[in-house]
Design a protein around this ligand. Sequence first.
Ligand code: ADE
Ligand code: ZN
Length: 333
Amino acid sequence: MEEQKFATKYIDLHLHLDGAVTTEIARELARLQGISLPEDDKELLKRLTVPDDCESLNDFLECFALPLSLMQTKEGLSEAVRLVADACKAQGVIYAELRYAPQLHCDQGMTQEEAVQAALDGISKTDLKVNLILCCMRGEGNEDANEETLRLAKKYLVEDGGVVAIDIAGAEALFPTANYRELFAKAKELGIPFTIHAGEADGAKSVKLALEYGARRIGHGVRSFEDPEVIQLLKEKQIPMEMCPTSNRQTHAVEDMSAYPFMEYFRQGLKVTLNTDDPGIEGTTLAREFRYMEQTFGLTPAGERVLLENSVEAAFTTEKVKEWLRSELGLNK
Ligand code: ADE
Ligand code: ZN
């Protein structure tokens, strides 16, 4: 029998555009738009990446100001999408669902719709196979902006090659999932598929609500273990979980990484997938996340095959693309 090998090709289902800006990408975007950045690379890296003393998701989210400031024009946003997608491809990613919140790109007069069109322009210029997830944002006073994101998701929704779903990102502990029941009821009514960041900074109850609303996938879901009933629900419904270990360590979603539940969820038959979240901010890549799980948690080549099969199944795309992915990943053998 042929010896099974560790993965060299990957799928990233949970990847934030603003969190994927590296120093190289930041410099390119700044040059293009005549924006000045710290000249010292170390200083720039410090401003772009999460500090060692990051204590929570709230601290982590402060790192997004600089990358967002480089994506406030159509040109900057489109080019950011292309550069991030190209960088993923160079690291072995063959399919990515890139998410971003159009409402965070309107500081200099761009409308959300223009921000959607700019990102679509960006994906047309990369060789990576990419679909877009539009994020609504947790917060206060942005109800209209979230409604607009929903409207645009419906308007631009396709089965592949563009906007394929929505999500909600931001500070989960401060603005709980319970506040967004109506938003997701509308998304369901409009037939827009959605994933929800849940069980990351807030507990298992957040995951339970996301499932009740009809989420097709859960962003993170790492704290689901806090309620065995939620684990049972995830298992019965086989809802894919978009897990992102380095992000979870840095945001302290779990305090003790030696008890990180990734392998436990996997053994229990939950539909786990492995993703990056914010590779620029975290200083990681998807290949590194796979090596991290191998070296620290004993993930095997056979385990990786199951993870990749889960990612293919969970992807918001057509059966045709999924067949192509299976063949690229050698999953048909
Ligand atoms: N935006 C970027 N990364 C995020 C995360 N891990 N949780 C919530 N919102 C985010
Ligand atoms: Zn995320």
